[in-house]
Design a protein around this ligand. Structure first.
Ligand code: EPZ
Length: 423
């Protein structure tokens, strides 16, 4: 089992280009099935969720290969309809391949998707949306056998602006006969990126990134070349880490508007924050202070994915900061480890009260999920002494060689692998 060894209190300094977006590339990899031809993607993050998506494409008969930071896909050779259960269980995004497959072939067999344990994470909104488009979904207790003899346009009202359900509906609707309107659609930037990709592929989509998306169908042109946008969650994580280390870091390659909610929190906490169109710099000038209640909401509200690293930072801030997690019912998996590092946090259901302390101390801790791991890295960089973080599998799902990124900014961080343990 691999782990990070982090020796804290080295201020991070310098500039870094943020990785391509995990939550941006995953639906676009699924959308490459709809292209029914060749797709060439640039700025692709080298993370295990992307590797899993490429395995799914291979399992369905597509050609898919990474060429450095590029990924090439040829989905003309598609010949399957079953997504292996072991791949479905590796990540939540596996379910997005359903909408693309139904749009391309009208046939797909899936099981319930996996991903970080953040609560129940049902797929009822996905079923609601796909059924409205004419998909028949039979569940045999293990698999969903999904068929669509003919997809037809529909008016879909999502009970909640679910990112994944909006993506699935958009993908299947591209192949539907007639227009589809998705009401109460998710507004995360990754939806606009997916629509941008699909429009380049020849499909007609309007309103993505807003609450109402209209998909008018279209035909694939057979070739798309696209550059994945910067990862706003990875960028926000680096900004929190820089502040926790009391350093000064500029994160480049990120649309600053996509992290504006976090930038506002960091400025309120006393950080020096400066934003450009495609970069954000954070520096620390004096002691951090507690911020007004942070409530997570669907975009453009504060992102639930940045709640864990921001909470870790607020452990160092004088006063009481309150967090209210409105998206997932179990997204405080980082608190136990932060408490062991000396943090003072009281959590009641979805509300967490964080009382800043002068010092956190290094500890042996486990990353319980992807962004909980980000929180522990943030805390370890500001802590005194050595922290060992195990279960790097979660962190590697979403952060591309984060130890190299942080070390390039001056962090004292080492990855120890099984070989180093002499396993
Ligand atoms: C996406 O997950 C992101 N993942 C998540 O990022 C992110 O936290 C989440 O959106 C919210 O922004 C990817 O894009 C790959 P949802 P998704 O459907 O699509 C409930 C990360 O760390 N719900 O918007 O699964 C659900 O349980 C990950 O990068 C239903 O009840 O999120 C949750 O409480 C974590 N039924 C809420 O809606 C459904 O059918 C939001 O889920 C679907 C969702």
């Amino acid at each position: 089992m691999s782990e990070f060894i982090i020796r804290g209190a080295n201020p991070l300094k310098g500039e870094i280009q943020v990785q391509g977006s995990k939550n941006g590339i995953l639906p676009i990899l699924a959308a490459s099935i709809l292209v029914g031809g060749e797709t060439l993607l640039h700025n692709c993050p080298d993370i295990s969720d992307v590797a899993c998506a490429l395995e799914i494409l291979h399992a369905l008969g597509c050609k898919a290969q990474r060429r450095g930071g590029d990924i090439y896909i040829d989905s003309r050779t598609i010949n399957g309809y079953e997504i292996p259960d072991r791949l479905m269980k590796k990540m939540r995004s596996s379910i997005i391949f359903a909408g693309a497959m139904l749009g391309r072939t009208g046939n797909v067999r899936i099981s319930s998707p996996g991903g970080c344990f953040l609560g129940e994470r049902p797929i009822d909104y996905h079923i609601h949306a796909l059924s409205a488009l004419g998909v028949d979904m039979e569940y045999d207790g293990e698999y969903y056998l999904c068929r669509a003899l003919k997809l037809h346009g529909a008016q879909i009202s999502l009970p909640f602006p679910s990112v994944g359900a909006t993506e699935n509906a958009m993908l299947a609707a591209c192949a539907a006969e007639g227009s589809t309107i998705i009401y109460n659609a998710a507004r995360e930037p990754e939806l606009a990126d997916l629509a941008d990709f699909l429009q380049r592929a020849g499909f007609e989509i309007n309103g993505a990134g807003g609450p109402t998306v209209i998909v008018s169908g279209g035909r694939s042109c057979g070739f798309v070349e696209y550059t994945i946008r910067g990862d706003r969650i990875a960028a926000g994580t680096l900004l929190c880490a820089a502040a926790a280390s009391r350093g000064e870091v500029t994160v480049r390659g990120i649309d600053s508007a996509r992290v504006s909610q976090l930038s506002h929190c960091l400025a309120e906490a006393g950080c020096a924050v400066r934003s450009w169109a495609d970069a954000v710099r954070v520096g620390t000038v004096g002691p951090l202070s507690a911020i007004s209640p942070v409530e997570t909401h669907p975009y453009p509200g504060f992102s639930t994915d940045l709640q864990p690293p921001l909470m870790a930072l607020m452990c160092f801030a004088k006063g009481e900061s309150i967090f209210i997690e409105n998206i997932f019912e179990s997204r405080y998996n980082h608190i136990e480890s932060l408490l062991r590092m000396g943090a003072r946090i009281q959590a009641f259901d979805r509300i967490a009260h964080v009382h800043g302390v002068p010092v956190l101390h290094g500890e042996r801790v486990d990353a319980a999920d992807l962004r909980a791991g980000a929180a522990l890295i943030t805390a370890a960089l500001g802590a005194q002494g050595e922290t060992r973080i195990s279960d790097l599998g979660y962190i590697d799902r979403g952060y591309e060689r984060i130890e190299e990124v942080l070390a390039s900014l001056g962090a004292d961080i080492t990855r120890i692998t099984e070989n180093d343990f002499g396993a």
